[in-house]
Design a protein around this ligand. Sequence first.
Ligand SMILES: N[C@@H](CCC(=O)N[C@@H](CS)C(=O)NCC(=O)O)C(=O)O
Length: 220
Amino acid sequence: MQQVPTLVINGQPISQSVAVLEYLEEAYPDPPLLPKYSLQRAKVREITETICSGIQPLQQKSVVLPKIGDEKKNEWGQFWINKGFVALEQLLNKTAGKYCLGDEVTMADLCLVPQVDNAISWRLSIQKFFEVFGSSSHLFFNGDTSNWEQLGLVLRYVVDGVPVERLLEFILAEETTGESLCNLVFQSLASNGLDIQLCRSQTMDGAGNMSGKNVGCAAR
Ligand SMILES: N[C@@H](CCC(=O)N[C@@H](CS)C(=O)NCC(=O)O)C(=O)O
């Protein structure tokens, strides 16, 4: 299908997210991606399939565009995303704790996070213009301070006159010059199908943005 993700094990490619997740669960059971009891495992798989079969393919741009066309694509994508999220909300109301099922991360969470990203980028393709807010903070590993920073990327846009703010992702930032942070912002927007030309303003906080010496995000 020439799609990602693909995991290569001993030269053998495994595609399809669910097949990859099931492989990881069997090959590396600790920490587990499925809960202990069968009924709970079924619930995790139900949430996973709702996303991977019920939503993702129907709003996948390479599927949607040739068949639906540019004019109708936003309406089509939004319809399936909304329908899917309504179904997910009903499921999650019965299962969620801190995560999709209880308080442990499962494969359902690993599918939900990119689907939420996708929902944001679809919403933005309808609203069109957005603002980017980047916030950098130090990462702490096991209580040790390190030089690693994480860049939290928040998008702001307006729906029916009301401002909406959505966290797109946290990105590990090896360098904190304005230019390298800017590259990470550009990459993240591009990988979410968002056109930087539609960005109407940007804000970066923290010292990270200051160390770029006039070649930071604002300069670009
Ligand atoms: N059913 C597949 C879907 C994979 C898929 O749609 N991947 C997208 C990215 S999220 C892709 O590679 N799109 C490029 C294309 O189809 O040309 C899975 O769950 O892995």
